[in-house]
Design a protein around this ligand. Structure first.
Ligand code: ZN
Length: 111
C-alpha cells in the first residue's frame, strides 16, 4: 500500500525518460510520474517536492500559473529589515589586518 500523488508538472508526461513509459507494444504512453508521500515530504516536512517529481516540473508549473500564485500573496510594497552596518578589524589567513563590513540585524521587537 503506497501513498502517492501524481506530479503536478504540466508537461511531466511529455519528458522522454524510461521510467515514464507504460503500456504494451503498439499502445505505449509516457505517463505522469508518481510522487511518493514519505517521511521526507509529508506532515511537518510537507513542501513543494510533495507535489512535484523534480525542480523542472515545479518550474513548469510555477511559470504556467505564476499570475495565480502571485495573487495568493501579492507584494505591493517593499519589506525592510532594520540593520546596523559595522566596520571591524579582522585578519585574513596570513594574519594581515583588513577592515570587514558586517551587517547586523537589529531586533526592534526586543526590549
Ligand atoms: Zn514531474
Amino acid at each position: 500500500m503506497s501513498n502517492f500523488v501524481w506530479c503536478h508538472g504540466p508537461s511531466c508526461h511529455k519528458s522522454h525518460t524510461q521510467d515514464r513509459i507504460r503500456g504494451v507494444k503498439g499502445s505505449k504512453v509516457l505517463r505522469t510520474r508518481k510522487v511518493k508521500q514519505d517521511q521526507w515530504n509529508s506532515g511537518e516536512r510537507y513542501n513543494m517536492y510533495s507535489n512535484f517529481c523534480s525542480q523542472g516540473c515545479y518550474n513548469d508549473f510555477a511559470n504556467k500559473h505564476v499570475r495565480e500564485v502571485i495573487a495568493i500573496a501579492p507584494r505591493t510594497e517593499a519589506l525592510e529589515t532594520p540593520i546596523e552596518v559595522v566596520k571591524e578589524h579582522a585578519r585574513d589567513w596570513s594574519g594581515r589586518d583588513y577592515m570587514e563590513t558586517k551587517i547586523i540585524t537589529v531586533d526592534n521587537n526586543g526590549g
